[in-house]
Design a binder for this molecule. Structure first.
Ligand SMILES: [Zn+2]
Ligand SMILES: [Zn+2]
Length: 67
């Protein structure tokens, strides 16, 4: 099964995927959608299916679980 990278929208194949929070990314695409900082799998926030670092997430959307 081929998934689609939330960051660039292209297919992610088995050998190149990096899984985080239940989504498959290209290794280079696992980065904050806003500041482009590289993210650690499982250690970032997401909103609207896009990955964000916790800094940007706080700035944009406020504390986690408060929406
Ligand atoms: Zn990608
Ligand atoms: Zn960021």
């Amino acid at each position: 099964m081929v998934g689609y990278c939330p960051t660039c929208g292209k297919p992610v194949y088995f050998g190149e995927k990096k899984r985080s929070l239940g989504r498959d990314y290209h290794p280079l695409c696992l980065k904050c959608f806003r500041c482009k900082r590289q993210l650690t799998a499982g250690q970032h926030a997401e909103y609207d299916e896009k990955p964000f670092c916790s800094n940007c997430y706080m700035k944009l959307f406020g504390p986690r679980g408060n929406r």
